[in-house]
Every structure is written in structure tokens, then in C-alpha cells.
Design a protein around this ligand. Structure first.
Ligand code: FES
Length: 207
């Protein structure tokens, strides 16, 4: 089934913000999978884009994908925008091949740095039984669960098939990206145990 998304330009005045609210309210009726927010090619909307993303998400309940350009902002400002993205967010890169390779490399380095430096406790609930496991720093919930004897489903073990999907009911994880999860699944709290590394103490429900 085709999915629908809408793209918004960041408003800069109160009148424009009111107009955005009216448009978002009307367009929600079409049940978009997500909304995207543009970003001036020269970085002219550096702060407005983040504000608009937060507004569409918190006030209108939309999944939101901000555009992000590396122009017009300092390294710290761009990092702050990325830090504001949800754990498990999907990133798409476009541009000349060499630039995309640089962006992927920088993103991988950030993701590695974001992995919790210490082991995290994770409670795995399955068939009415709760088991507490310690996930070593950098390890996945799947690896730790299997090592503890939990019968977790798996197939590809690399984020491509969805066999290891579990529901995150508490805590925060970082997942290797890209993976096969769709926006709807992410919104429901689904994570892939084979590529999910806990950033905080977590609780997950396994099927
Ligand atoms: S086992 Fe295939 S996505 Fe985890």
C-alpha cells in the first residue's frame, strides 16, 4: 500500500506558525506516514527547522523527518541537531558520492561514540516470564539474551529480516542503521534485538 508524506517549510513568524498549525491539522486526516521539514541549502533555517520538527511532533503527533544540511552551521550546532533526533532514527544521505561517504563515516563514528560505555541491565519478558540480563558494553540484546538462555527468535542477525523484533517498553537503545524496520514499527516501539545496543537500563517484550 502506498504511503503518504508531507513536506513543510519552517515558519519564521507567528502568523506563519499559525498557518503551519492549520495545515498540519488538516493534513493529519490523510494519515501521513511522516512529515518532512526543509532546511535552507545555505543553512538559513538552522534553528527554525528544529523548532518546526518539535512542533509537528509534540503538538500534532506526527512522525517527522528533518532535512539537514551541513552548511551554515558550526560543527557543534550540527551535532546538537543530530543529538535531538530520536534513538533508532533512520538517516538518509544524498549528494556527491565522496561527500556521502564522508557523511556515512562521520555518522558511524558518532554512533560508535554514543554506545553506552558500560554494561546495561535489560529485563527480557517472554511468555509471562521476566529474566534480567546484563548486556556488556557494545553487545546486542540478542547476544546477551541468547547467552543467558532466553529463547529469542533470529534469522539474519544483521537487521535485515525482522525475525528478532521485540518491543522496547522502557529505556533507550541504539540500533545499527539502515535496517528493515519501517516508520510504523518504530513508532510502536519495535526494535531489532540483533542490532540493538542498550544505552540505558531497558525492558523488552519478546513474542
Ligand atoms: S535476525 Fe534478522 S533482523 Fe534480527
Amino acid at each position: 500500500m502506498p504511503s503518504i508524506s508531507f513536506e513543510f517549510f519552517p515558519p519564521k513568524t507567528d502568523d506563519q506558525r499559525a498557518q503551519l498549525d492549520r495545515a498540519a491539522q488538516a493534513l493529519k486526516a490523510h494519515r501521513p506516514e511522516y512529515a518532512s521539514v526543509t532546511f535552507g541549502a545555505g543553512g538559513s533555517t538552522l534553528s527554525y527547522t528544529g523548532d518546526t520538527v518539535a512542533r509537528l511532533h509534540t503538538q500534532h503527533g506526527l512522525n517527522v523527518a528533518p532535512h539537514l544540511s551541513c552548511m551554515g552551521g558550526t560543527r557543534a550546532e550540527i551535532a546538537a541537531l543530530l543529538d535531538g533526533c530520536a534513538a533508532g532514527a533512520t538517516y538518509y544521505v544524498c549528494g556527491p558520492e565522496a561527500m556521502m561517504a564522508e557523511a556515512r563515516s562521520a555518522h558511524a563514528a558518532r554512533r560508535q561514540a554514543s554506545v553506552a560505555p558500560s554494561a546495561q541491565p535489560v529485563q527480557i519478558r517472554k511468555a509471562g516470564v521476566a529474566l534480567d540480563v546484563i548486556v556488556p558494553a557494545g553487545a546486542t540484546i540478542l547476544d546477551a539474551g541468547l547467552a543467558a538462555g532466553v529463547r529469542l527468535e533470529l534469522s539474519c542477525a544483521m537487521g535485515g529480516c525482522g525475525a528478532c523484533a521485540v518491543k522496547l517498553t522502557a529505556g533507550e537503545v541504539a540500533m545499527d542503521e539502515p535496517n528493515c524496520l519501517g516508520a510504523d514499527e518504530r513508532a510502536r516501539g519495535t526494535i531489532l534485538a540483533c542490532v540493538a545496543r542498550p544505552l540505558t537500563p531497558c525492558t523488552v517484550e519478546a513474542p
